[in-house]
Design a protein around this ligand. Structure first.
Ligand code: CDP
Length: 228
């Protein structure tokens, strides 16, 4: 049997990391973890409990339990047992998540949990620091990029489909703002790992992108069963 790989996908906001990660995990029958959803769940907790300072959040960290479940083919994020999948995509969370993600205590808690999830291998995780910090020894590291116009369009359509009303301008500003904070923070900034493969998917369909990465994986471990 082929070795179960650890696959890290990092990149800027809304460049399709989760889509690629989900499709890969399905095809390979691996676990898929959307690490951004975990940072979003912490942010939702902060908002729901009307916390006002970094220290208050740090004091509450022990009380925050995040779960990732797969129900009827869909990934569900839970916060203290409650399904928060829709709420973590709200404007309020979008606008605060990168700020709270700069807090080292938050990162330490989530990185520890992310590493726990990979104990058996066979995992695809997407985020900002997966190839650099969470799994520096990952078997395959991908750094995804796409133009800001395309990322805006994709995220706008995604939010509208989820029933979250917004405008292209608001989406674009939020993506630029988050990218700026994520790339410039002191703790685990978003950078391409030296051994990551950069993939610009601006003009690739989801299927083309998947096919390309599956070919890389096949080369990596010579998995004939991925051929069909
Ligand atoms: O889906 P999108 O690209 O918009 O973002 P996300 O993956 O849901 O992540 C939301 C935010 O969480 C990011 O903008 C980062 O501030 C933070 N994050 C992080 O700091 N580290 C990660 N591994 C994943 C997300």
């Amino acid at each position: 049997m082929s070795k179960k790989l650890t696959i890290a996908i990092d990149g800027f906001s809304a460049c399709g990391k989760s889509t690629l990660a989900r499709m890969l995990a399905e095809k390979l029958d691996y676990i898929y973890v959307d690490s951004g959803a975990m940072y979003r769940a912490v942010t939702l907790y902060y908002i729901q409990h009307q916390l006002n300072t970094e220290q208050q959040l740090i004091d509450h960290l022990k009380l925050i339990h995040i779960g990732m479940q797969r129900i009827q083919g869909k990934n569900i994020t839970t916060l203290n047992g409650i399904n928060v999948e829709k709420q973590i995509r709200s404007h309020a969370v979008n606008e605060l998540v990168s700020q709270l993600s700069t807090i080292s205590a938050v990162r330490q808690k989530l990185v520890l949990e992310q590493r726990q999830m990979s104990k058996k291998g066979g995992i695809v995780m997407d985020g900002r620091d997966i190839g650099t910090v969470v799994f520096p020894d990952a078997d395959l590291k991908i750094f995804l990029t796409a133009s800001i116009q395309i990322r805006t369009q994709r995220r706008f359509e995604e939010l509208m489909a989820k029933g979250i009303k917004t405008t292209q301008d608001r989406v674009r500003k939020n993506l630029i703002h988050r990218d700026m904070i994520d790339s410039n923070r002191d703790d685990s900034p978003l950078v391409k790992a030296v051994d990551a493969i950069e993939l610009d998917n601006s003009y690739l369909t989801k299927e083309e992108q998947l096919e390309l990465v599956l070919r890389w994986i096949k080369n990596l471990q010579n998995m004939p069963e991925l051929d069909q």
